[in-house]
Write a protein of this length. Structure first.
Length: 450
């Protein structure tokens, strides 16, 4: 089994990826003891070493096929609340509050580590060296061209891959449910065949009418480094659709949200939320009043609206600080008023169904004979007093005591709520046939909404 070494190993995420790809991680090195302990727990078969990487004798490194290094190029210190001057640090930590929360030992003797990769490559001549970082590592580090030239002088060729973690995955390797733009610099010795590293995420081409392996398309042909939908997009590889713009499949945030634990109600908090957070929540409720949404709490100013539906897209880049909140409206898809627990519940629908008020009849769980009946009835005929077909009247019963499964619940004023649906039926008037339907479950007792 090919072996791998991990400099600045952190918790061991890259080692886990290589392990699943068939590699054997044998060593992880980091200057922070907490990171080393975590790496050891995640990879008990690998050696975990706490050491200053800048002064580490690279000749002590064992032989391996791959050297993986997650480096940061500029000296940074959070002492005294000093803000980082390097944009690469802003992109890596995403939020100023995050790096302020980390202890000082997490930053001591950690930077200028990009040059440690050169020392390791020179000492051991690893066949493959991988450096992972943020896009700004390339675009904003002034010495990046000189660093690349030094690696080339050691006999390496470089391939730079820009990709979001949301677009990398397969049937056996689940996609990451988050947007995370990163660059991967893959150095291979000149005598080794260069691997094909071009990302080809699966996407649906509407012009071709089928799934395709999308290809990266750079907006500026002179620029080959950047972020998704800023510097590059994805297009269909087929020429018959003129390489139409496509959107790769992603794993939505809802796939990893623990829906059985939706957290604490805002009104039950011991400490009230700050006004800016409440404005963000209000903006999220205005955008998604009837369904759960994810509200970003750490970005934007003055309650900027950055809410999104969790079933439509991945999460933003995840960091050690939780910057998003799950906002779950109460009361259902149409009710916005509370009611005492002593009163009957409003009409309930099966999970995943749409109520007749929002787009058509309820089908799931409805007897087959009622499904066919509902299928023939257009959505616009689900209003009170309308007939199922133009030109044909429906016989109505004057005393609404029951209603069909999936019938619309009268809404609006108290007078409207007391009104019967267009096809309500009273078993006292319809006799034994309706009573048998009640017994078989085809009719449900009607309870008006309070």
């Amino acid at each position: 089994m090919p072996r791998s070494i991990h400099l600045l190993c952190g918790a061991g995420g890259d080692a886990t990826g290589l392990l699943e790809a068939g590699f054997d991680p044998i060593l992880g090195i980091n200057h922070w003891q907490t990171a080393v302990d975590t790496f050891g727990l995640n990879h008990p078969n690998a050696a975990a070493r706490c050491a200053d990487i800048q002064n580490y004798p690279m000749r002590w490194l064992p032989k391996a096929l791959v050297l993986w290094a997650s480096v940061i190029c500029t000296e940074v210190s959070p002492a005294g609340g000093k803000k980082r001057p390097d944009p690469a640090q802003d992109a890596l930590f995403e939020e100023e509050e995050l790096w302020r929360e980390l202890p000082p030992e997490a930053f001591e003797m950690t930077r200028v580590t990009a040059w440690c990769v050169l020392r390791a490559a020179e000492a051991k001549r690893f066949p493959c060296v991988v450096v992972e970082n943020v896009v700004e590592f390339i675009t904003d580090w002034l010495l990046f061209p000189e660093w690349i030239r030094a690696m080339k002088k050691l006999g390496y060729r470089v391939q730079i891959v820009s990709v979001s973690s949301a677009h990398i995955g397969s049937e056996t390797n689940p996609y990451a449910p988050q947007w995370r733009d990163r660059v991967y610099l893959v150095f291979t010795l000149t005598e080794i065949r260069r691997p094909d590293l071009a990302p080809r995420p699966l996407a649906y081409c509407f012009e071709c009418g089928r799934d395709v392996k999308a290809r990266q398309s750079w907006r500026d042909p002179r620029v080959k480094v950047g972020k998704y939908q800023q510097q590059y997009d994805y297009r269909c590889p087929n020429s018959r659709c003129r390489h139409a713009l496509v959107e790769p499949y992603v794993r939505p945030a809802s796939d990893v949200i623990m829906w059985d634990d939706i957290g604490q109600r805002i009104g039950d908090r011991a400490r009230p939320l700050v006004p800016n957070t409440m404005r963000r929540i209000a903006a999220g409720l205005a955008k998604f009043p009837h369904q759960p949404s994810v509200v970003t709490l750490t970005h934007g100013k003055d309650g900027t609206d950055r809410a999104f539906a969790p079933h439509t897209r991945p999460l933003p880049t995840r960091t050690a600080k939780l910057g998003e909140a799950l906002l779950v409206p109460v009361g259902g898809s149409w009710n916005d008023t509370a009611s005492p627990v002593g009163e009957p519940m409003r009409t309930r629908y099966y999970p995943g169904e749409r109520s007749p008020r929002h787009g058509g009849p309820v089908h799931r769980g409805v007897p087959q004979q009622l499904r066919r009946r509902a299928d023939r009835r257009p959505a616009e005929h689900h209003r009170h007093g309308s007939s199922p077909r133009p030109g044909r009247a429906r016989r109505r019963c004057p005393h609404p005591g029951t209603q069909h499964v999936g019938d619309p619940v009268p809404q609006g004023s108290a007078e409207d709520r007391g009104r019967a649906p267009a096809h309500a039926v009273d078993p006292r008037l319809c006799g034994r046939r309706a009573q048998r339907a009640l017994d078989r479950g085809l009719l449900l007792p009607h309870v008006a909404a309070p």
